[in-house]
Design a protein around this ligand. Structure first.
Ligand code: ADP
Length: 351
């Protein structure tokens, strides 16, 4: 079956405090949606509302068009993987993977071994069926946890920070593995909770950005990166310079300096925030020149990160590795193309 997930004004409260505030979000069938946001923003709560471990105070959760809000977890067709694997230590790998199937009784007993073998093959763990979890590395344990979630052939797969317990190198390998798995299961919708923007940008078809119990923004990785709608998205997805400006005609004014950018529907005279990505600032003269003094320079391998004080604002610029590094106090000019800046309606400090 091909199933999407739909949140309709889902709110969750703990002890009178709203931790998920009227979430409206649709994950299309077969889509990978990342829920991205800082710790405590409500991501796990949203996931648990889909799994059935949290009862919303109001709103509905639909899977494949069916209202599952009041269904118990095992009747939702949902597989879930959490950060800490949660394997049973006294059971072998095969028994761990079979556990959900046995509990559900959706597959006849005689069919279970084949299902377990299939799930272990998919996660590259075919040769480990008889091991105990303690005999596996962290990455292997997480593969088993994924196999266990897949064994029930879920319509939707929920992943809650599945890579957070792994070291950086293993993480990037597992990210590629998850992308491959999803290609093999194109009908399964994935909802992937993470606070790591690299994971979200790498894996997701779309990213839902959460902050303080609310959905802030939702779009493809490219949309959120190139044209964030909010200051929060701009600073949480990628790096950003956020500069307080006043809207003028055909551009904006930064501390008396006129800059040519697309102002869209913004009204002249309004206060706003100009977002420019550090790697889109060039060193030297050009359009939209910003003159300032170097405060600090960091070498980052193939690039240098310059911190430049421009009219009282510290501007970050990532430029290709420099032969001659300007020392602190040196006057430099940065510039950017009008099309490379995004104007955000809220003022710096507004939220
Ligand atoms: P995230 O996944 O974005 O880190 P969570 O959804 O886990 O955020 O938590 C959102 C908020 O809800 C946090 O403030 C957290 O402390 C609170 N919270 C989560 N679970 C419970 C619970 N079982 N009881 C009380 N408060 C909770």
């Amino acid at each position: 079956m091909v199933s999407g997930i739909r949140f309709e004004s889902v709110s969750v409260a703990y002890g009178g405090q709203t931790v998920l505030d009227s979430l409206d979000l649709a994950v299309e069938p077969g889509e990978v949606m990342a829920l991205l946001g800082p710790s405590g923003s409500g991501k796990t709560t949203a996931l648990r509302a889909v799994a059935g471990f949290v009862r919303p105070a109001s709103g509905r959760v639909l899977i494949g068009g069916r209202d599952v809000t009041r269904l118990p977890p095992h009747r939702r067709g949902v597989g879930m993987v959490v950060q800490q694997y949660a394997l049973f230590p006294h059971m072998r790998v095969a028994e761990n993977v079979a556990f959900g199937l046995r509990a559900r009784k959706s597959v006849p007993k005689s069919g279970i071994p084949a299902r377990v073998a299939e799930a272990l093959e998919m996660t590259g763990m075919g040769g480990y069926a008889q091991r105990y979890p303690r005999e596996l590395s962290g990455g292997q344990q997480q593969r088993v946890a994924i196999a266990r979630a897949l064994a029930i052939r879920p319509d939707v797969l929920l992943l809650d920070e599945p890579l957070s317990a792994l070291d950086a190198q293993l993480r990037s390998g597992m990210l590629a593995e998850l992308a491959r798995l999803h290609r093999e299961l194109p009908d399964v919708s994935l909802l992937y909770v993470t606070h790591d923007q690299v994971e979200a940008l790498t894996l997701a078809d779309r990213i839902a950005v959460m902050d303080r119990a609310r959905l802030q923004d939702c779009g493809t990785p490219q949309e959120l990166y190139r044209t964030p709608r909010t200051r929060f998205t701009a600073s949480f997805v990628g790096n950003a310079n956020l500069l307080p400006v006043t809207v003028g005609r055909g551009g904006v004014v930064l501390e008396g300096l006129a800059l040519a950018v697309d102002t869209g529907p913004a009204a002249p005279g309004a206060r706003a925030t100009l977002c420019v990505r550090p790697h889109l600032l060039g060193l030297g003269d050009g359009p939209n020149a910003l003159r300032g003094k170097v405060a600090e320079v960091q070498w980052r391998g193939s690039t240098h990160r310059l911190y430049v004080d421009v009219g009282g604002h510290r501007v970050k610029a990532d430029v290709p590795e420099l032969r001659q590094v300007p020392g602190p106090g040196t006057e430099v000019t940065l510039h950017f193309e009008p099309r490379d800046a995004v104007l955000l309606s809220a003022e710096v400090g507004d939220d």
